[in-house]
Design a protein around this ligand. Structure first.
Ligand code: ADP
Length: 308
């Protein structure tokens, strides 16, 4: 009986130890599998990093190249502009030469604007290093209108900033100046003689400010509206009117996104266009209002604002 018992207990012991052994094997297999997965992930990561390293380096080199060339060009342009302005001070010069000097200055300003857009565009993707602060929006508008006054006069277009309150916003002053410069300049460029461009603050809430830029220009066809913020896009109708880069609105889009703002555009061919920009007043705004459906095209980045 005792022999039988010991036989059974030996059998149970053998079964237990074989289960323990199979558990061990299972654990070892699992461990091996986990190590294999880890190694595979690591290899994939290292390979991707190695493969992308030249692309990353090429991008950095390209950014530095654009940055340094743009700065060099801007320095030379500043010298050229000063020389033209000084030459214009001479009261004895002929009218025709004065006009030529004026045209030179306008062209230099135009190249400067392209370089400004290029420089800012070059920083897309590194925008997290850009500082945000309270910005006096009215001062920004006034600076932009002063920069565009000469072009507006030459094109016979009146420029007006409505005399209403414009509260400060939370943003990057350089970015905002370029944003409004591009929008207002387009208003002037795509207006006919005797046209007008009006800048007005149309809404102020606790959290947001809306600024509208209206022009009496050539307008944009409704089927073109969804494309105008794409890089290098120019509508067919403007190709022969004036030269351009198609950089301006693409940069406007990026700056709006950076500010978690909104842009709405509506336009009628032969009547004009209205661009409405909405910007936050504080770093962390409350939940944005439900969007109201309006004709035209809207890009709304306000949902990406950090919440307090
Ligand atoms: P650019 O003015 O250099 O061509 P933008 O990116 O600023 O480039 O504008 C893209 C296109 O959108 C313009 O070429 C033009 O066709 C159209 N557009 C922009 N603003 C206006 C406007 N206010 N009125 C009419 N068309 C406009």
């Amino acid at each position: 009986m005792s022999v039988g018992y010991s036989t059974i207990s030996t059998q149970v012991g053998v079964r237990k130890s074989s289960r323990a052994a199979s558990n061990e094997v299972q654990r070892a297999q699992f461990g091996l599998f986990a190590v294999l997965v880890l190694v595979a992930v690591l290899v994939a990561l290292i390979t991707t990093r190695l493969a992308l390293a030249p692309v990353g380096e090429a991008l950095i080199t390209q950014r530095r190249f654009i940055e340094s060339i743009s700065h060099e060009l801007r320095t030379s342009l500043a010298v050229l502009k000063t020389q033209n302005e000084v030459a214009k001070l001479d009261s004895t010069i002929q009218e025709a030469i004065g006009d030529t000097l004026d045209q030179n200055i306008t062209e230099i300003d135009h190249i400067n604007e392209i370089l400004n857009n290029l420089l800012l565009f070059n920083r897309v993707g590194t925008f997290d290093t850009i500082t945000f602060e309270t910005v006096d929006l009215r001062a920004v508008m006034q600076a932009v209108l002063t920069r565009l006054q000469r072009l507006a006069e030459r094109r016979g277009v009146s420029l007006r900033l409505e005399d209403a309150e414009i509260p400060p916003v939370y943003g990057n002053a350089t970015g905002l100046e370029q944003l409004f410069f591009n929008l207002i300049k387009n208003g002037v460029t795509y207006s006919l003689r005797d046209g007008s461009v009006t800048v007005a603050c149309t809404s102020i809430t606790e959290h947001e400010v809306a600024i509208r830029i209206s022009d009496t220009g050539i307008g944009i066809a409704s089927e073109e509206l969804p494309h105008i913020f794409k890089l290098f896009y120019r509508t067919d109708s403007v190709q022969e009117i004036t030269s351009g880069t198609g950089l301006g609105l693409a940069l406007v889009y990026e700056i709006i996104k950076l500010h978690s703002g909104k842009i709405h555009v509506e336009s009628t061919i032969g009547v004009g266009s209205r661009f409405t920009v909405t910007l936050p007043r504080q770093p962390a705004a409350a939940t944005p209002a439900t969007p109201v459906h309006q004709p035209g095209v809207t890009y709304d980045f306000s949902a990406s604002r950090p919440r307090s």
